[in-house]
Design a binder for this molecule. Structure first.
Ligand SMILES: NC(=O)c1ccc[n+]([C@@H]2O[C@H](COP(=O)([O-])OP(=O)(O)OC[C@H]3O[C@@H](n4cnc5c(N)ncnc54)[C@H](O)[C@@H]3O)[C@@H](O)[C@H]2O)c1
Length: 410
């Protein structure tokens, strides 16, 4: 297959080498309107075909498109690509309004094209472990959970906005935290599969001297740099999701049930015996990419580097991925492989448009709740994927849900 990449900023730089190394991929083509970025990507990845606009990429013979444009722009490009007969991989978030989500789902249904959301937490070690524990019932009934995306503006966030958005960058850097909810809400959905039904959310008005989160200036009329939502999911469990852009430190995943709880790296059984999963979850860093200095100049930070953990099932990946740069907790290799298999098998992936809606709609409503001072609001559910679709879930196909059996035993 041939894959087209829309947008050649820092993030797709991690994925292009993986697509190129995949045995089922013949060529990677790019479209990037900034000449400097386009030329740099061609040089770095040995790309032979590069366009300066999306229409030319759509008119080309690529089978599928990876949408890697700015955070608030993904849905319209994904819709346009599917309408042009291309399958789609979308960087997160899938959409920033309920209307966009609805149109994305309608487009998938109408065109029959395949859509995958590239949510990185899905394949991060704590999510994989918690999802597998949940699948075998080790939590019992789910009670409570917490997930967090703590990314301070000063932690490598200025350059991506500045480089891609020119003099107007401050307007866009105020992107509302809860409109980017997939690393927190989406991580919980990635463990439980439960749709969120209600939310009450609070926003913290920013007062930093950089004056980014100024509602007068903001393209999104947004003054909140931090948002905290308390959600109730189907089944009755409550979850807290934090989307923070002005904060110190990071916070771990917590999932508590009636029979067991995963508190960061500690598995706590109902009988109060504990087991430490640190060895299984720890990411062992790989070698630095050759262009690491260049990546750092574009805002990359040391903790953006990926690696490998004992929780990841690397046997399912093509051997040609061995030694290639990874990222976001080891997730890039799995997302790239899922996408290629989705196109090759012509099957709806587990990170499909309905999963994407369950990750994004709660954040969209949470932001509305925050604007109303925390009002309790209902979250519409776009449902699971239609029952007549065969869902491709390579993790489940591997049949390795019983993970670290000696440690999990109740
Ligand atoms: N962990 C994660 O899942 C994760 C991490 C980083 C980034 N992301 C997502 O990936 C996306 C890309 O990230 P990035 O840092 O590379 O973004 P970026 O904003 O630096 O780059 C976007 C690029 O798209 C190009 N572009 C936009 N519209 C175009 C068009 N119509 N035609 C041609 N080129 C166009 C821009 O010129 C720019 O170079 C972001 O939207 C972000 O949401 C996800």
């Amino acid at each position: 297959m041939k894959i087209g990449i829309l947008g050649a900023g820092p993030f797709p730089n991690h994925f292009i080498p993986l697509f190129q190394a995949h045995p089922l991929v013949e060529e990677v083509v790019i479209a990037e309107r900034m000449a400097e970025r386009r030329d740099a990507a061609c040089k770095k990845h040995g790309i032979k075909r590069a366009f300066d606009n999306f229409d030319d990429l759509l008119a080309s013979d690529v089978d599928a498109i990876g949408v890697y444009t700015q955070r608030w722009t993904h849905a319209p490009w994904a819709i346009k690509a599917m309408r042009a007969g291309k399958h789609v991989f979308s960087a997160v978030p899938a959409a920033i309004s309920l209307e966009e989500l609805e149109e994305l789902i309608d487009t998938v249904k109408e065109t029959g094209q395949l859509y995958m959301l590239g949510e990185t937490t899905w394949y991060e070690a704590p999510t994989i472990l918690a999802r597998k524990l949940n699948r075998i019932g080790a939590f019992g009934d789910l009670v409570y959970g917490e997930a967090n995306y703590c990314h301070d503006m000063e932690h490598g966030f200025y350059p991506p906005y500045q480089i891609a958005n020119g003099d107007e960058w401050k307007q866009f850097a105020s992107f509302p935290p809860m409109l980017y909810p997939t690393h927190s809400v989406g991580q919980i959905v990635g463990v439980t599969g439960q749709p969120m039904q209600k939310v009450s959310c609070f926003g913290q008005t920013d007062n930093h001297e950089d004056a980014i989160f100024d509602s007068e200036l903001s393209y999104f009329d947004n003054a909140f740099s931090n948002e905290t939502g308390l959600f109730q999911a189907s089944g009755g469990a409550s979850y807290r999701a934090n989307e923070f852009r002005r904060v110190s430190g990071v916070a771990p995943l917590i999932v508590q049930g009636t029979k067991g709880a995963l508190i960061d790296r500690l598995w706590m059984r109902h009988d109060r015996t504990n087991c430490d999963f640190t060895e299984q979850l720890i990411i062992k860093p790989q070698a630095l990419p050759e262009d690491w200095a260049e990546q750092k100049a574009q805002g990359a930070q040391d903790d953006f580097l990926g690696g490998v953990s004992a929780t990841h099932d690397f046997e399912r990946l093509p051997p040609t991925f061995n030694g290639l740069s990874n990222g976001h907790g080891g997730s890039h290799h799995f997302l790239a492989d899922d996408f290629v298999h989705m196109v090759s098998r012509e099957q709806t992936p587990v990170l499909n448009v309905w999963t994407a809606a369950r990750m994004c709609a709660p954040g969209i409503i949470a932001h509305q709740s925050a604007l109303k001072g925390g009002e309790l609001m209902s979250i519409p559910d776009f449902g699971p994927a239609p029952a007549d679709l065969t869902i491709m879930d390579i993790e489940q196909e591997a049949g390795k849900d019983v993970i670290f059996p000696d440690l999990v035993a109740v």
